[in-house]
Ligand binder design. Structure first.
Ligand code: UT7
Length: 329
């Protein structure tokens, strides 16, 4: 017997506090015009001091479960893409399993940085296609404000906090929605371009780690930019080729919201009409693994992405990782 999977419901959560470019002008040597021109970002959401990644993930999950028309008891697995878990152990997925009141199901976090949601959705797709599971909750959630250096103007202007969720379910007879295929990649040789070196097993936490800010994000922006454009295009093209599709066959492109200029470069290289490109970076900044599911959910709720539409999602992030997924919503 063969099984197919589809996205049965989505949800998202953005914390209340907003950090604007004007606020950042008071924190580092920068200005609104530079930030907007170089990134397309005007503001980003920042988690409250009491809020952690699992809290935001919970909000997004509840919305996604309602949209999918199921309850937490129906879930067979939870997969969370994050690099900012509440704590090293237990995982955000296990914290959620308890808080949502799920059965004793498989729950784990995966570390693929900004590609975390697509990596997770791809794993979910395989478990559904194998016939093993019916409903899997996939989440991308990040509290990046806790790992950003707010004295480094090159990185602190980019990032925001958010959570996005999707329920990936087995397709029932008569439903034409489906995940066609996913295409994941990595280039570990370029891992140093975007890294957090301190606090792991090679350089455990110490006063030196704190003094040298090794527990915070370090990035070589220009090199990351170039690599991002190339790998997003490669993965997106692989997804279309694998399914015998061209840009004309895709209704919407949901590309990781890293920088407006990265998305524009991708759009130009792939010849994607601007009307098909979805964005929310202006108000969210780069929210890493949350970026794609948040934008997807907002686009569903604003009635842009409709049932039956063909959607291509593509991402890129620390690792370096990359991924694309082509679906019929
Ligand atoms: O999820 C994936 C994660 N990361 C990314 O996607 C990041 C990809 N990279 C980028 O988005 C861009 O490289 C940045 C937005 C980070 C930087 O933009 P850029 O156009 O690559 O600027 P740059 O680093 O080449 O810097 C140009 C100038 C420099 O000054 P000089 O040397 O030309 O005098 C910087 O010092 O802009 C200066 N600069 C700033 N000025 C005002 C750098 N950051 C700022 C700032 N405000 N925040």
């Amino acid at each position: 017997m063969s099984f197919q999977s589809y996205i049965s419901g989505t949800g998202s959560y953005l914390p209340e506090r907003i950090l604007t470019n004007a606020d950042l002008e008071k924190m580092v040597e920068t200005n609104d015009a530079w930030i907007f021109e170089r990134t397309g970002i005007v503001s980003r959401h920042i988690a409250a001091p009491t809020e952690a990644t699992s809290d935001m993930a919970y909000g997004a999950s509840m919305q996604a479960l309602t949209a999918a028309g199921i309850t937490a008891k129906d879930l067979d697995a939870i997969i969370v893409g994050t690099i900012t878990g509440d704590q090293i152990m237990p995982s955000v997925a296990c914290l959620l399993q308890a808080r949502l009141g799920c059965r004793s199901i498989m729950a784990f976090d995966l570390a693929a940085a900004c590609s975390g949601f697509l990596y997770g959705a791809s794993v979910a797709d395989q478990f559904i296609k194998s016939g093993m599971f019916r409903h899997i909750l996939v989440i991308g959630a990040e509290t990046l404000s806790r790992i950003v250096d707010y004295t480094d103007r090159q990185t602190c202007i980019l990032f925001g906090d958010a959570a996005g969720a999707a329920v990936v379910s087995r397709v029932a007879a008569g439903n034409s929605s489906r995940i066609y295929s996913s295409h994941l990649g990595s280039n570990g040789a370029l891992g140093d371009l975007l890294s957090i070196r301190g606090g792991g097993s090679r350089t455990p936490f110490s006063q030196e780690v704190l003094d040298q800010k090794l527990h915070l994000v370090h990035m070589k922006g220009r090199e990351v930019f170039k690599s991002a454009v190339r790998s997003i295009c490669d993965r997106a093209q692989e997804a279309m080729t694998a399914n015998g599709m061209k840009v004309e066959d895709v209704d919407w492109f949901v590309v990781h919201q890293a920088n407006q200029r990265i998305m524009e470069a991708v759009g130009q290289l792939l010849n994607v009409p601007v009307e098909k490109q979805l964005h929310n970076i202006r108000e969210t900044g780069n929210t890493s693994s949350a970026s794609i599911p948040v934008l997807f959910n907002e686009s569903v709720r604003s009635n842009k992405i409709k049932r039956g539409d063909t959607v291509l999602m593509a991402s890129f992030g620390g690792g370096l990782t990359s991924g694309a997924m082509l679906i019929k919503y």
